[in-house]
Design a protein around this ligand. Sequence first.
Ligand code: GLU
Length: 440
Amino acid sequence: MTVTRFAPSPTGYLHVGNLRTALFNYLIARKAGGQFILRLDDTDPERSKPEFADGIRQDLEWLGLTWDREEKQSARLDRYADAADKLRAAGRFYEAWETPAELDLKRKKQLNMGHPPVYDRAALALSDAQKEALRAERGAGVWRFKLDQERIEWEDGILGPISIDAASVSDPVLIRTDGQVLYTLASVVDDTDMGITHVVRGSDHVTNTATQIQIMAALGFAPPSFAHHSLLTGPQGEGLSKRLGSLALRDLRAAGVEPMALLSHMARIGSSQPVEIVGSLDELADGFDLSQFGSAPTKYDVDDLKPLTARYLHGLPVEAVADDLAAAGVPAEKASDFWRVARENIETRADIAGWWTLFSQGAEPLVDPENRDFVAEAFALLPEPPYGPETWGEWTAAVKEATGRKGKDLFMPLRHAVTGRRRGPEMADVMPLLQTKPKL
Ligand code: GLU
C-alpha cells in the first residue's frame, strides 16, 4: 500500500512552499488509494508550539487535505534512542566535541586552501583517554553518523538518477550535546516504522536524502522512493524565503483565496501540464503525475491567485454558495437569480454581500455633475418596484423619448446612478433584483 506523509515542524504557520510538499504527498496517496499521514516534527521543544500545530491542522482542513493519521516525533523519543544504540553497536556513530567556533575555524581553513568544507573526522582519531578528558572538560559531545565514503545513488521521482559522493558530505550530527535527536535520524526511524513508501520534499533536502539512505542501510531498513520538487521563487526568480511570511496560507485564506483555486494552481505550476481549475481534490489526484515536474526553480506569483479565485467562483453553481448567499441576506427564492446575475462580477466570496446590499438597499449613486439633471429626470420616470426583465428596456425608451439622449450617453449615466459602480451585470438583469427604487 502507498503511504506518504507530510512532516512540518510546528515552529511556524504553513506557507505556499510547505503546501506544495503537503499537496504532492496527499495526491500521491489518494491517487493510489493509500494513506496520508500528518507527522509533526516537533523534536525541538523550544521552537515547537501547540498553537502552530493547531494552525497547521486548520490550514490543512481549510484546504480539504485530510490525513488518515497523525503522529508526532516528541512521542517517539524511545524509538530514536534505540536506533542510536544500534548505530553505536554497528560502529557507525561517534561522539565529537568541537565547538561551533572550532568547526567554523576548520571550515575557513579548508576553504582558504581550496578544499570543500567537510568535517575532517578529527574525533574519530581520539583515544579513549582523550575522549574521557574531553567529556570531563566539555560534557557530552554531539553524535555523528559515520558515512561510508562511496557514491550514494537513487532514482529520484522528479530529478531522475542522482549520484552523490559521500566524501563531499560531512558526517551528519544526529544527536546534539543536550541529547536532542535531530530530524535526520528521527525521520529515518519514522519513515520506516510508519511504512512510508514515497517521500516527496523540497530539493533543499537532497543531501539529507543521501545521508538518510546510508543511515537506513546501517539500521537494516529499506529506503522508500524519494522525489525532490524544485523550490518556489518569486515572479522574477527571486528567493521566496524573505517573503514567506506574507505567503502564509492563513493570510491567503483571509484575502479570500479559494482553496480549489490555490490547489489547482499548486498541483500544476512547475510541471509541463497547464494550470486548470478543477472542482475537487479527487479530480486533481486523478490528473496528478509527478514525472511531469521539472527540476528548475518554479516561479510563483501570489497575484495569480486572484484571477484563478474569480474564475473558480464564476463557475460555481448556486448550491455551492448557498451558505454565503444566506449569510449575505439573500432570500432563498431570489438566490438563483441573484447568483446568475452577480457571479461574474465577484472576485471573492466577500464581494457577495456588497452586491446584495446594492440590490436590496440601493446604491450610493455615482453621478457626474453634468448628468445630475438628466438622472433626476430619468428617476422620475421610473415606477416603484417590483421590476421585471422588461423594466430596463421600457424605462430607457421612456427616458430617451423625454430627453432625446441615446446610446452610451443614455445608458451609462443610468447604470452608474442605479448601481453606484462603473461596471457590472447587464442592466436588464439588474433591474428585476432591485428591492427599492433607486434614489438620487
Ligand atoms: N520537518 C522537515 C521539514 O519540514 C521534514 C522534511 C521531510 O519531509 O523529510 O523540512
